[in-house]
Design a protein around this ligand. Structure first.
Ligand code: KIV
Length: 301
């Protein structure tokens, strides 16, 4: 377990986890900070700084090498959702409903979303679509499932849209997108992601609806912002225009790995301080391996 996870666990023992209504109540009060996270360790690091963490289906592309989010299975979302819930103690955890698990009917959506909530212990789900998903959003919310909506560029519809294209860049498209925003808000969504959308349209929607807008490639005036963590850390090989790289983790990882490879080839790693000497008075009963052994050694030294 990383020091971040263990420190997070002990410090956060009495921390109350934010819930969907807490996020909704931030509209007009303070900006909402969020990132995607797919693992316990990144969740623990981000937790103190974020209001919610999204286990986005972008994990299919970022972590599992899919070309789009379309193939992502529900089981993968549940597995990563569980890890993030374990890693973060304060942030609301929102888990994406993957393509094909909610569009068919409100009752199918409920069955799958309930499974996500029960098996991950997350506090909300997110699904893509505006007006066409309003009935489903109402159905889920009425049955105890908080829903974050997602409009503008909806990557699960990539095969219909024809590419990862920004939306609403012509005024003729505005009315339909604004209507999407109004309908998901009226249906009871507690917030809505606005992805890759013309800036003035995002600003206009933020003003027009009563729930927080969470921008990604949208506008600084949105009620909150989200980025894919790997993108903003500088770990993704290619990023969309709207990403600002706040870190250069990819380069740091490469430096560390090339240093390791060099030392292994030069036989300078492991050095004496990374190896176990024989105990003089206690017979060595053979290899104890793994992280626990290493920790004990470090504590002893
Ligand atoms: O899947 C995801 O990471 C998302 C964010 C881009 C909002 O939906």
């Amino acid at each position: 377990m990383s020091s971040q996870v263990s420190a997070g666990n002990s410090a956060a023992a009495n921390v109350k986890r934010l819930m969907a209504p807490d996020i909704q109540a931030k509209k007009g009060v303070e900006p909402i900070v969020s990132l995607t996270s797919y693992h316990a360790h990144t969740a623990a690091i981000a937790d103190p700084y974020c209001d919610f963490l999204l286990v986005g289906d972008s994990l299919g592309m970022v972590m599992h090498g899919y070309e789009t989010t379309v193939p992502v299975p529900l089981e993968l979302m549940i597995m990563h959702g569980r890890a993030v819930v374990r890693g973060a103690k304060r942030s609301l955890i929102v888990v994406d409903m993957p393509f094909g698990t909610y569009e068919e009917s409100p009752s199918v959506a409920f069955r799958n979303a309930a499974r996500v909530m029960k098996e991950t212990d997350c506090g909300a789900v997110k699904l893509e679509g505006g007006k066409r998903m309003a009935e489903t959003i109402r159905y889920l919310v009425d049955r105890g499932i908080p829903v974050m909506a997602h409009i503008g560029l909806t990557p699960q519809s990539i095969n219909v849209i024809g590419g990862f294209k920004a939306q609403g860049r012509e005024e003729a498209q505005w009315a339909a997108i604004e209507e999407d925003a109004r309908q998901v808000a009226d249906a009871g969504a507690f917030s809505v992601v606005l992805e890759a959308m013309a800036e003035p349209l995002a600003a206009r929607i933020t003003k027009a609806i009563h729930i927080p807008t969470i921008g990604i490639g949208a506008s600084a005036v949105c009620d909150g912002q989200i980025l894919v963590m790997e993108d903003m850390l500088g770990l993704s090989p290619r990023v969309p225009k709207f990403v600002k790289e706040f870190g250069a983790i990819g380069a740091a990882i490469e430096r560390a790995i090339s240093g390791y490879a060099e030392e292994v080839r030069a036989r300078t790693f492991p050095a004496p301080e990374h190896t176990y000497a024989m105990r003089k008075d206690v017979p060595d009963h053979g290899a104890q391996s793994g992280r626990a052994t290493k920790k004990t050694k470090k504590q002893e030294s």
